[in-house]
Write a protein that binds this ligand. Structure first.
Ligand code: PEP
Ligand code: MG
Length: 742
């Protein structure tokens, strides 16, 4: 019998006799793992980890040795929820020496988090005198023991007074990043909390394996149905694109690797449910350490699948019943799960570990669910049924809000709904300012799923079609025919309205599998058009697909991250060469560039001779103007588009473009904020492209602004406040004095 099986069998015997005392568990683990020390630390109120039982350390330290979460190896294990496997623990920078424990002689250490429903309940530690690295099998055994402890600790009262008891009535605010703007107020539902009372140890591993494989097959059939059901659930192009995300997901589902790991865990003596939970726990640990966005997404898909498999095993319904207007809190969320919850009627989502480029975020935006990500720690205190508010515009989750706070948000939500109804009326009117200046308001689109927003918002066209998003969703670059069919669908949906296709903007945070490079500054690294010019075959295939899609219709193509006129010329040359080969030719071929790199500003005379149009990518332009990483949350709000340097730059560009008769537009997120849009119109932009959510609010504000009155005010503010980092306050003051809705 392997050590794992023997250990599990003995733990089962202990379990059968009722709740096993922690002292027995540590003795058993130390003996079976031939370890000199085994200890259990439990989490106490105030983020304290207390030594609750030990075999091998000084018994007098029990109840006395305490570490803060984040302090020492044990604290670090709890803070990161990651296994720490250290041959020489005492020389680790985080090591915290506690003389009362008598742990000096023990060099090596492995610490495993004990977690339940996403909460850290404690840490299980094994130590040895000899410096050694614990092998994978040993760590897995400890993870199994940690699962048992997760059940045993609350039962033994070891976590009495744990933070949740204290915190259950206290309001808490968690900050994160906006994945999709909006407000939601409602009761909390928790995603992926492990079903309580799951049996951990199997009586008959062979029968358990059969159960597992049957459940896996049922789950896969269910997924097929879910994916097949999407066309009926959505409409036209909408359905097609969500299927792209789901097809990529299904590939992960049929991957044999992770199911094999679950089977191995069953063979070691766990029930199928416990085995799935353990593998999911391991995946979670891996995910925290992986920097590569793509791999994290794949692992997230697997974690999502593990949850579905668990649900299938316990015979649960894949679509939970939820109270109306519920707010979903999740550690991570996969695309299929989000669809399930959406069908159940959730009103908002907060995800502890979500990247804006992740599948769940892409779908949340497409489905219009107010969502935030990066709200770490919320699951440690949230209980199902708690009241909560998501203010996704501000990236905040308020848990158990004070009554007045909740009411204020309910009112804000009502106002917004009323505004939405008002805006709906605005849809039919062309965008003009109060003094009659016409504007083009266009949409930024990444997935076909979003195309229906064109009609919903009555946008003037697509000012930015991010071609790389569909490739990221499918996990690889589609061939020419598939790309052409996709782009043709976009042009079909747009009809007479213009579409500005942007060529692949991969690299930095948008990585396809196998393309990660070791770069210190990926945002300024080998990305975007740089890849296209170094791999011209890739770029040419995309350009050919675009030309094929146009098939006699007008076609506009622009290139991202152009830094020199030479790069633009080279890219344009590739497009023109392809255009000579593809028949029928587009009715009109317009070739433009994004302006995201400030260096282009000093090449304008040449650029304006060659480019048919320019679109400012203000997200990247801000990043490079102020040397401010756009992905670092702590820097959000530090620099402002509404600042003298940015506005001077943008105005110079508009003036130069007008003189050269080259259309200039702006397609960064800034265009979607009404105040910014007003200022951009003030300095002369007549075409703005933005995410769908911003279009009607921008249109509503512009309809009330008298630009001829605002322009001299703006000039005075820009001249008069030279040293201010932001000109926002005086502009807001002017607008409010006129009763404008900013
Ligand atoms: C930008 O940089 O402003 C832009 C529109 O492109 P992306 O956000 O896709 O980098
Ligand atoms: Mg950009």
């Amino acid at each position: 019998m392997t050590t794992a099986r023997r250990l599990i069998a003995r733990l089962r015997d202990l379990h059968a006799k009722g709740a096993a005392p922690l002292s027995e568990i540590v003795r058993l683990v130390a003996a079976e793992m031939v370890a000199e020390v085994c200890s259990i630390y439990v989490q106490r109120p105030g983020d304290i980890l207390e030594l609750a039982a030990t075999e091998g350390l000084n018994p007098l330290a029990v109840g006395r040795t305490r570490l803060r979460v984040g302090e020492g190896i044990v604290g670090l294990c709890a803070a990161t929820a990651a296994v720490m496997n250290l041959p020489d623990a005492q020389n680790h920078p985080a090591f915290a020496y506690r003389p009362e424990t008598g742990e000096e002689p023990f060099a090596s250490m492995v610490a495993v988090p004990v977690r339940r429903s996403g909460r850290i309940l404690g840490v299980l530690v094994v130590q040895n005198r000899a410096p050694r690295h614990y092998v994978e099998g040993e760590v897995e055994e400890l993870e199994t023991v940690a699962m048992l402890l997760a059940e045993a600790l609350p039962a033994a009262g070891a976590t009495d007074g744990a933070p949740e008891g204290l915190a259950a009535t206290v309001p808490r605010v968690f900050s994160g990043t906006t994945l999709m703007g909006g407000i939601a107020v409602g009761p909390v539902v928790l995603h992926g909390t492990h079903p309580l009372g799951v049996k951990l140890l199997a009586d008959d591993p062979a029968a358990e394996l059969v159960r597992l494989h049957e459940a896996a097959e049922r789950m896969q059939r269910g997924l097929d149905e879910l994916i097949a059901g999407v066309p009926q659930a959505g409409r036209g192009v909408d359905a097609a694109a969500s299927r792209e995300v789901l097809e990529a997901y299904r590939l992960v589902a049929t991957d044999a690797g992770w199911l094999r790991r679950v089977s191995d865990a069953v063979r070691s003596g766990l029930t199928a449910e416990a085995a799935v939970q353990r593998v999911a726990g391991e995946l979670h640990g891996h995910m925290r350490r992986i920097g590569d966005a793509y791999l994290r997404e794949r692992l997230a898909d697997m974690e999502d699948l593990a949850g579905r498999l668990l649900n299938t095993l316990i015979g649960g319904s894949p679509r939970p019943e939820i109270p109306p207007g519920a707010i979903l809190l999740a550690r991570r969320l996969g695309p299929a799960e989000l669809l399930d919850w959406h069908a159940g009627g959730i009103a908002g989502v907060a995800i502890e570990e979500a990247s804006p480029a992740g599948h769940a975020a892409i779908l949340a935006r497409a489905l219009g669910i107010p969502s935030i990500g990066g709200t770490r720690g919320m699951l440690d205190t949230a209980e199902s049924g708690d009241e909560a508010v998501i203010d996704a515009d501000d990236g905040q989750l308020v848990l158990r809000p004070e009554a007045e706070v909740r009411q204020a948000y309910v009112r804000a939500l009502e106002t917004r709904n009323a505004q939405n109804a008002g805006w709906a009326a605005l849809r039919e009117r062309p965008a003009t300012t109060a003094d009659g200046v016409p504007l083009k308001l266009m949409l930024n689109v990444g997935l076909n799923l979003e195309l229906e927003q064109l009609d919903r918002t009555r946008a003037d066209g697509i000012g930015l079609f991010r071609t790389e998003i569909a490739m990221l969703a499918r996990g690889s670059i589609a061939d020419i025919a598939e790309q052409a069919a996709n782009y043709a669908r976009v042009l079909d949906a747009a009809g007479d309205r213009p579409v500005l296709f942007r060529t692949l903007d991969l690299g930095a945070d948008k990585l396809l599998p196998g393309t990660a490079t070791e770069e210190e500054n990926p945002a300024m690294g080998w990305r975007s058009l740089r890849i296209g010019l170094d791999r011209p075959a890739l770029l040419r295939r995309q350009l050919r697909a675009l030309l094929l899609a146009a098939a006699g219709r007008p076609l506009s193509v622009m290139f991202p991250m152009v830094a020199t006129v030479g790069e633009f010329r080279a890219a344009k040359g590739l497009l023109e060469a392809e255009a000579r080969r593809v028949r029928p030719s587009p009715e009109r071929l317009s070739i433009g560039t994004m302006l995201e790199v400030p260096a282009l500003m000093w090449q304008l005379p040449d650029l304006l001779k060659e480019a048919d149009f320019i679109s400012v990518g203000s997200n990247d332009l801000m990043q490079f103007m102020f040397a401010v990483d756009r992905g670092t949350p702590s820097l959000y709000g530090r620099y402002d588009v509404l600042s003298q340097p940015m506005l001077d730059l943008l105005e110079q560009l508009v003036v130069a473009g007008r003189a050269a008769n080259v259309p200039i537009s702006l397609c960064g997120e800034a265009a979607s904020r009404p105040l910014e849009a007003m200022v951009l119109a003030g300095i002369g932009f007549t075409s703005l492209s933005m995410p769908a959510g911003g279009l009607l609010p921008v249109k509503a504000l512009l309809a009330e602004v008298d630009l001829s009155a605002f322009r001299p005010v703006l000039t005075a503010i820009r001249r008069g406040t030279r040293d201010a980092a932001s000109l926002r306050d005086p502009i807001v003051t002017w607008a409010r004095e006129r009763g404008l809705p900013v």
